[in-house]
Each structure stands twice: as structure tokens, then as C-alpha cells.
Write a protein that binds this ligand. Structure first.
Ligand code: SAH
Ligand code: SF4
Ligand code: F3S
Length: 469
């Protein structure tokens, strides 16, 4: 199925299945059918879902977000925390009623949950109305799965994780008009002890630089102005290849493309964030002044148990370097509260780090044990209730910092991409090169353009006035 360097033949084979489905899909349903893609989890999943949608459109489906209208429904799932999984089970349970009303409905579950054997088994036994279950590395085979199921195949279960090449040239139907995702690599090699991602997404695989450049050029030509590069750890881009182009070099190549656009990226693992990368951000105008640098815990003892390859001091040194080189940087982070064995003393170190760095915003999570990860076997004596109190303390601190941060922006003028309509009548929304979002009154004709907006106040969101476009 794969040729020498893998990628070309893989989707070609699926294109054949897609055409076959397209030629019979209207007869199968008796009308032009609709497909609904329900997405959970991170941007990687959102990006994969855009490809699922692209493939579905190529098979003759039109897209809907209304479940009851769907003739094909697929759940693209996330396994990162228990809560994410519970939500998915609640949702796929609803397919039973949908199928009663529409016996021809085809249903599928894919993504990170479906990659796990225990989950696939559970769906096999307890959710008999789910027709197709498939994992993260075979999602390009959707046309084949639909074709086979339409032609009377038994329920389909496929979870091959072979860590081979990346399948290129999958059709894509992007959700946004001006903002788009651009995956540059897949998988993760880091094995943080709490995390399931390496088990469900496989090892790191970087896309060829030329493929990324070509896709970026196409996106720019299609009117995309805000492009986010995706990877579990973009800082290790290219380490698995021989072309010698690392992440900093890739950013420079993208920055050199013609056009007016912003390049964002996530996520940056602190252990691989180099001075070369910081200098690149500083020197390249089209690269966003935003770094998402998850530190997870402020305690060096806990960081060691987490297998993060940096300690508190190294992280703070990195932040110092970032702020020196990019003074207008916007910093965000992820934090886990209540890792097994974490004491209140350890947690206080997380609080003090948050105070010291003053992040623009934080994504905070209470530790959730994940099957087969090393941390799930560690003693975890602190109660959920206690962890909840710590969590609230952290939120309160971040709210105080956010309140203080607001003063930094009020009265200042920013260049923003005008990217949508606000719920506030007559107002549009705009985003800075960093992480600030602002609402302002303007004519819809400036949607998709970069404009200057002065921030005047904060009322649940920053409110500003259009200076010039
Ligand atoms: N690759 C990215 C993030 C992947 S998951 C990175 O390394 O930063 C996003 C976030 O979910 C993580 O940064 C972590 O804070 C959180 N997370 C992952 N596993 C978790 C778990 N078992 N319990 C709670 N939070 C978790
Ligand atoms: Fe998970 Fe760590 Fe990989 Fe991020 S770097 S995906 S937290 S194992
Ligand atoms: Fe979830 Fe998979 Fe992303 S586990 S966070 S959807 S990589």
C-alpha cells in the first residue's frame, strides 16, 4: 500500500473508493445525503476533521451540523482526560435514536479514543449501532470503510498504528475563511508520564518542508491570513528527517512567502525551545509574537516525575530569554494540578511560577489518570476535593493577573486581523498577532483584512475603535 517514500499511492487508492462511493451514494440513500462530523479534543483533531469533511464532500455528501439531518455521522474523539471520554460515550449513545428514525444512517467513531483497544472493544459490545470504528493513523481510509459498509460488510474495526509515512493529498474542507490549520508533524516521542497522546498518535513524523510550503502557499492564495502550524511539539520538527530543516528554518521559509499573513504555531515543548527559534520569531515580521510553552508544574521534583526534561530553573531561564528577545511576547501555558504525589508545597511552587511569569492566559487541568501510562501506577493520596481547592486557588491567582494585564492594553493601538462578527450587533472581532481579541464597530467589508484598532475599555471583551484600514 505504501510506495518507497510512502505517501503518494496511499491516498490514490482511497480516491478510487471515494469515486465509487460518489457514483452510488444517491442511489443508496435515495437522495443527496448529508454528513455530520462531531469533533472533540485539540486542534490536531479539528484539523483531521477538516480532512474527514473533505473526503466526505468528495464522496458526494453535503455537510451539516444538525445531527438529525445526518445520513452519515462521525465522532472524532479525544482521550487526553477522563472527562473528554465520558462526553464522547454520552454522545455516541444518542446514535441509537437517530438510527431508529433513519435506518440507512451510517455511524462511525474515530480519533484518539478509538485508537485504544479497550475503547474499540467497549464500542463493539455495548454500542452495536456504531458501524465503523477506526484509529488515528488510518483516518484517510474513510472512503474505503464507507464503501465496504455500503456494500454489506460487517461492522468495521481498524486500529493499525504502524508509524509509517504521512499520507499527503487528502482533500480538505476548511472550517474557517481567514484562519486555518496547517499540520507540520504528527505524533509524539516524549512520553510525559501522565499523557496518553504518544500511545494513541504514535511516534513523531514530520511532513516534508516542500509539502508544508506548498500547502501554505495555497492557503495564502485562497485568502487565509492567519495560519496555525500544528504539532504536539513543533520545536522538534525535522529531527526525524535528513533534510536538515529545523523548526526555526521552516518558520523563516514561511515568513519569506509573499503576502500579508500571520503564522502561529503550537505546541512548543520548553525542552526544545532554542535561542535560534527565539531570534527567528524576533526577526520575522509575519511570525506571531505568541509562545504557548506548557510548564505543567512549578516544582522540579514533580517535573522529574512527569518526565519533562527541564526543571523550574531551566524553565524560568527560558522565559527570561524569551522576554529579553521578544518584549511584546504573549505567553500562555498548560498546567496540571494534582499530579500523583504532588503536595501542597509542590503546588505552591506552581503558584509562585505563575505569579513570576504573568502569562496572558492559562489552560489548567486537574490530573486525570490514563490507562497504561506510568503515572496511573503512582500513589495518588490527595483527594479530588483537595485538588479542586488547589485548582480554584490557581484560577483566582490567574484572574488577578489577567485583571492587571488589562491595563497594559487599554489606550494602545494594535494591528488586528478582522476575522468575524461579534454577538454584539454591528461589532466585528479582531485578533492581534499575539493573543488579544478585540471588538469594534466597522463595516463588514473589512472582514479578512488587517486593520489598526485602538483599545478603549474592557467589558467582558476588549472594546476598541477602528483607526484605519
Ligand atoms: N503536546 C502538548 C499538549 C498535549 S495535551 C504539550 O506537550 O504541551 C494538552 C494538555 O493536556 C497538556 O499540556 C497537559 O497539560 C494536559 N494533560 C495531558 N494529559 C493529562 C492528564 N492525564 N491529566 C490532566 N491533564 C493532562
Ligand atoms: Fe503528551 Fe508530553 Fe507529548 Fe505533550 S509532549 S503530547 S504532554 S507526551
Ligand atoms: Fe486529545 Fe488526541 Fe488531541 S488525545 S488532545 S485529540 S491528540
Amino acid at each position: 500500500m505504501f510506495n518507497a517514500n510512502g505517501t503518494e499511492s496511499a491516498f490514490a487508492e482511497q480516491s478510487v473508493y471515494a469515486s465509487r462511493v460518489a457514483s452510488k451514494v444517491n442511489d443508496y440513500y435515495g437522495y443527496k445525503p448529508k454528513a455530520c462530523v462531531v469533533t472533540f479534543g485539540c486542534q490536531q483533531n479539528v484539523s483531521d476533521s477538516e480532512k474527514l469533511k473533505g473526503m466526505l464532500v468528495s464522496m458526494g455528501y453535503s455537510l451539516t451540523e444538525i445531527w438529525e439531518q445526518a445520513d452519515f455521522i462521525i465522532f472524532n474523539t479525544c482521550a487526553v482526560r477522563g472527562h473528554a471520554e465520558d462526553r464522547v460515550y454520552g454522545n455516541i449513545g444518542k446514535v441509537k435514536a437517530l438510527k431508529k428514525n433513519k435506518p440507512n444512517l451510517i455511524s462511525a467513531v474515530c480519533g484518539c479514543m478509538a485508537q485504544q483497544e479497550t475503547v474499540a472493544e467497549k464500542i463493539k459490545k455495548s454500542y452495536p449501532y456504531i458501524d465503523i470504528v477506526f484509529g488515528t493513523q488510518v483516518f484517510h481510509r474513510l472512503p474505503e470503510f464507507i464503501y465496504k459498509r455500503m456494500n454489506g460488510s460487517k461492522r468495521i474495526f481498524e486500529r493499525t498504528l504502524d508509524n509509517k509515512d504521512i499520507v499527503e493529498d487528502i482533500p480538505v474542507s476548511r472550517d474557517g475563511e481567514f484562519k486555518g490549520w496547517l499540520p507540520i508533524m504528527y505524533g509524539c516521542n516524549n512520553f510525559c508520564t501522565y499523557c496518553i497522546v504518544p500511545y494513541v498518535r504514535g511516534r513523531e513524523r514530520s511532513r516534508e518542508p516542500q509539502k508544508i510550503i506548498d500547502e501554505a502557499k495555497q492557503m495564502i492564495a485562497d485568502g487565509y491570513k492567519d495560519i496555525t502550524l500544528l504539532g504536539q511539539n513543533v520545536n522538534s520538527y525535522g529531527k526525524d528527517a535528513e533534510h536538515g530543516i529545523n523548526f526555526a528554518k521552516l518558520l523563516r521559509m514561511l515568513n519569506d512567502l509573499d503576502g500579508d499573513f500571520v503564522i502561529r504555531f503550537m505546541t512548543s515543548h520548553p525542552k526544545d525551545c532554542t535561542i535560534e527559534l527565539l531570534d527567528t520569531i524576533k526577526e520575522c515580521k509575519k511570525i506571531s509574537r505568541h509562545l504557548h510553552l506548557p510548564f505543567q508544574s512549578g516544582s522540579s521534583r514533580i517535573l522529574k516525575l512527569m518526565n519533562r526534561y527541564y526543571d523550574r530553573e531551566k524553565y524560568l531561564e527560558l522565559i527570561k530569554n524569551v522576554k529579553e528577545r521578544i518584549p511584546d511576547v504573549s505567553l500562555t501555558s498548560d498546567i496540571i494540578v494534582g499530579f500523583p504525589g504532588e503536595t501542597y508545597e509542590d503546588f505552591k511552587e506552581t503558584l509562585s511560577l505563575v505569579k513570576e511569569v504573568e502569562f496572558s492566559s492559562l489552560f489548567t487541568f486537574i490530573y486525570s489518570p490514563r490507562n497504561n501510562t506510568p503515572a496511573a501506577l503512582m500513589a495518588d493520596p490527595v483527594s479530588r476535593e483537595e485538588k479542586g481547592k488547589w485548582f480554584d486557588e490557581l484560577l483566582k491567582l490567574q484572574e488577578e493577573i489577567a485583571e492587571k494585564n488589562k491595563e497594559k492594553y487599554i489606550g494602545k493601538t494594535f494591528r488586528v486581523l478582522c476575522d468575524g462578527k461579534s454577538d454584539n450587533d454591528g461589532f466585528l472581532t479582531g485578533h492581534t498577532n499575539g493573543t488579544v481579541s478585540v471588538e469594534f464597530k466597522a463595516d463588514e467589508s473589512i472582514l479578512g483584512k488587517f486593520v489598526d484598532v485602538k483599545i478603549n475599555s474592557y467589558e467582558n471583551a476588549y472594546i476598541g475603535t477602528l483607526i484605519k484600514n
